[in-house]
Design a binder for this molecule. Structure first.
Ligand code: NDP
Length: 489
């Protein structure tokens, strides 16, 4: 049985079939068609904007506590439905069910809880201006906001954009990737069940054309996109037409630096987490692993030993560690990078092949792959692969490795493993990255601001910072005396 994935506008699923294009939603692990995505039209986008405009003023006029209650109720619904939501996420993305259960659903729920709690804590400032005047600031919502999501963490991305927007009194129109339509829709239904008034969170299905319609829409005040750098350029150019606020969560080629004094087991564990989680399809992945020369041989041996134990398999099997890549085209791209790595002289230490044994032949499975003896100029070291491919490099000096880690147009994340406290903070400060992990990797608690520098992005999601990204400060000057006017009376 297949499913329909329509848009969800003004509190209800749109008619099936709609007037827009249709495309198949394909299970990356089996190649089976899960259902039909009914793309929105620009008229649907206009309808979503109109519904948002109608609902947003009353939503913004509620107390923060009232808005927050609905967000927290939505979090409870997500937690109640964890098993079903995790399954939907696995069918769409190909990621292991163990991850979807432990991370994807709970991080979306954490986000709704966090911003649900913060909604009542939003305050302005009082600015004293002597005895005859003062000013204050009001935190005001932007109005109608748009979110555009990538396919690797569909539910989490939808929540990371919708929750702070709604907490601040905005409406959110979200476009999921056209490869992962299901859970943004499920989130719309959870919001409706929690009592969110119609129009405040709509989902428009479709491809980049619908994304572009949101980015350029004259009545949308802000667009937040999670995607690749080229898409970020296009969205920002489109948003410039109407001078929208933008948040850009884009790609990366992050460095994980393992100093000589690091705990070897933890360093290897961090490298595994930094490369093979979600079969390598994580924007922050530390795909350039720089290991101190003195530690290299022991590190590589243990890394290969532990990588060999990773189970590549059916994403719905709880024992699976590495699932299927999102599409056949993406798998071919990843395999192409692996071929280039070998051709350019990197040493393939483990992995490197597509898995086609048994049922895996129907899906997009690639072995976790480690390339040793990489050099800075290699293609696999410079470009974002977005698959399970780790490049191992060596270094001698701290200053040298920091310079090499920073020698990239990206600046999303970085990690460092050391027991030296002073070095940890010195290097964290020197790395050009929006997020730095010390003695760990790839943790994104909702309390911590998240986002990149350089080409990896603009602005921050999560943490208190996200509320700024969905609000304006209005300054109100209040005079307590006469108008000081130099003109003749
Ligand atoms: P894409 O850039 O291909 O797509 C991202 C979203 O933008 C999709 O919904 C896509 O629609 C849409 N889109 C495409 N073209 C346009 C356009 N011209 N105008 C408006 N919207 C458009 O990224 P992927 O989905 O392939 O995701 C992988 C990328 O995302 C990687 O580079 C990764 O690093 C990055 N990423 C960044 C994260 C971060 O937080 N920094 C987190 C996760 C991923 P559709 O695909 O449906 O056509």
């Amino acid at each position: 049985m297949t499913t329909d994935y329509p848009s969800h506008i003004a509190g209800a699923r749109t008619a099936v079939p709609g007037a827009g294009d249709r495309s198949d939603n394909v299970n990356p692990a089996t190649g089976a068609v899960l259902g039909t995505i009914h793309h929105a039209t620009t008229a649907d986008v206009d309808a979503a904007v109109a519904a948002a405009q109608a609902a947003q003023p009353a939503w913004a006029a509620l107390t923060g506590a009232a808005r927050g209650r609905i967000l927290k109720r939505t979090a409870d619904i997500l937690r109640r439905d964890t098993a079903a939501l995790a399954r939907l996420e696995v069918l769409d993305t190909g990621k292991p069910i163990s991850e979807a259960l432990a991370v994807d659903v709970s991080s979306a729920a954490d986000c709704l809880e966090f911003f649900g709690g913060l909604a009542a804590a939003v305050q302005g400032e009082h600015i004293p201006l002597g005895s005859s005047a003062f000013a204050y600031t009001r935190r005001e919502p932007l109005g109608v906001c748009a979110g555009i999501g990538a396919w690797n963490y569909p539910l989490q991305i939808a929540a990371w954009k919708a929750a702070p927007a709604l907490a601040m009194g905005n409406a959110m129109i979200f476009k999921p990737s056209d490869m992962t339509p299901a859970t943004a829709l499920a989130l719309a239904e959870a919001f409706a069940e929690a009592g969110l008034p119609a129009g405040l969170y709509s989902v428009v299905q479709g491809d980049g054309r619908i994304g572009a319609a949101l980015a350029t829409h004259p009545d949308i005040a802000k667009v937040s996109v999670t995607g690749s750098v080229p898409t970020g350029h296009k969205v920002m150019a489109g948003a410039a037409e109407t001078l929208k606020h933008v948040t850009m969560e884009l790609g990366g080629k992050s460095a994980l630096i393992v100093f000589e004094d690091a705990d070897l087991e933890n360093a290897v564990a961090a490298a595994l987490m930094a490369n093979f989680y979600t079969q390598g399809e994580v924007c922050t992945n530390g795909t350039r692993v720089f290991v101190a020369e003195a530690l290299h041989d022991r590190f590589l041996a243990r890394l290969v030993e532990r990588t060999a134990k990773l189970v590549v398999g059916d994403p719905l099997d709880p024992a699976t560690h590495v699932g299927a890549l999102i599409s056949a085209a993406h798998m071919d791209k990843v395999l192409g990078f692996i071929e280039t790595g070998t051709r350019e002289g990197a040493e393939l230490a483990i992995g490197g092949k597509r898995r086609t044994d048994g049922a895996l032949a129907a899906g997009n499975f690639v072995e976790p792959t480690v390339f040793a003896r990489c050099r800075d100029g290699m293609t696999i070291v410079g470009e974002e692969i977005f698959g399970p491919v780790l490049s191992l490099l060596t270094f001698r000096e701290e200053a040298e490795v920091v310079a090499r880690a920073n020698a990239t147009p990206f600046g999303l994340a970085a990690g460092l493993m050391t027991r030296d406290l002073a070095r940890a903070h010195r290097v964290a400060a020197a790395l050009e990255a929006g997020v730095v992990w010390v003695n760990d990797y790839n943790l994104t608690p909702i309390e911590m601001p998240f986002g990149g520098v350089k080409r990896s992005g603009i602005g921050r999601e999560n943490g208190l910072a996200a509320l700024d990204a969905y609000s304006e400060r209005k300054s109100v000057y209040v005079s307590l005396g006469d108008v000081d006017c130099p003109y003749p009376t």
